[in-house]
Design a protein around this ligand. Structure first.
Ligand SMILES: [Zn+2]
Length: 258
């Protein structure tokens, strides 16, 4: 029976990966994710269902549109594969209804964070509609598992601290530092991570952002004025915090003393 779940949930992961490709392409371009049906971005040929099977279609089409032979980005099968592998790894040892709820939470949260990561990287934007899905995944699990003050204070610090800093930065320099999407994302993650966790995320994502931002300017001669999307740093740290929590407990005990 368990092998059945393993296969079924992995296929589910691949399908969500395929859906995620549509989300990542359409949401930042303000195209509905339901209609119209997928088409080639070049020649607009409609994509048949058999050309839209995760991984398999890409291999059968040899990575090209069947009509105009335009190359299909390798990112499509890579996102499908990533979601399939993550789903496979997250399938619970013993399948119970509770374990399945947590599977949905962990896998869904991963998929949402992956979409936000890639959209922010390309469009410098964290869409509200996807942030709302993250709230819907995080809030029920947090309310069940944590006292009200844990998530409420975490959310308030996550939203309030970067909001106040950005506001002061704006008053001083007349420039907006962090985008609204980043501040909302901090707030939502604060619900799950609590005060300590979101403090750690704020600290580490800023460190990571500074190091990578300065390296890009220094080594790759990137224009200083061109803004760098900050969401990927928040998400990178959050993924380790959510999926490898013990690693972070050790880190904060050793280096930060709490
Ligand atoms: Zn085409």
């Amino acid at each position: 029976m368990d092998i059945f779940y393993k296969i079924f949930l992995t296929l589910f992961g691949l399908l969500i990966g395929s859906f995620l490709n549509a989300v990542i392409y359409r949401v930042p371009r303000r195209i509905s994710i339901i209609t119209p049906r997928s088409s080639c971005t070049k020649c607009k040929k409609l994509i048949h269902w058999y050309e839209n099977i995760p991984l398999i279609s890409f291999l059968l089409l040899k990575g090209k549109c069947s009509k105009c032979k335009t190359l299909i980005s390798i990112s499509y099968p890579l996102i499908e594969l990533t979601c399939g592998v993550v789903a496979f790894l997250l399938v619970p040892q013993r399948v119970t209804s509770e374990a399945l709820i947590y599977f949905v939470f962990y896998f869904g949260t991963f998929a949402v964070l992956l979409a936000q990561f890639l959209i922010d990287l390309e469009h410098k934007l964290l869409p509200d509609s996807i942030n709302i899905v993250l709230v819907l995944l995080i809030l029920p699990v947090t309310i069940i598992n944590q006292k009200w003050n844990f998530w409420l204070l975490g959310g308030l610090l996550g939203f309030g601290f970067p909001f106040v800093v950005t506001w002061f930065f704006y008053l001083l320099k007349g420039k907006v530092g962090l985008g609204g999407g980043d501040i909302k994302l901090f707030g939502i993650l604060g619900l799950y991570l609590g005060v300590k966790g979101i403090f750690l995320n704020l600290f580490l994502s800023c460190m990571l952002g500074s190091v990578i931002g300065l390296s890009l300017i220094y080594f790759l001669k990137r224009d200083k004025k061109e803004p760098i999307p900050f969401g990927p740093f928040i998400i990178f740290v959050a993924v380790i915090q959510i999926y490898f929590p013990s690693y972070f407990r050790e880190f904060s005990r050793h280096f930060l003393g709490f």
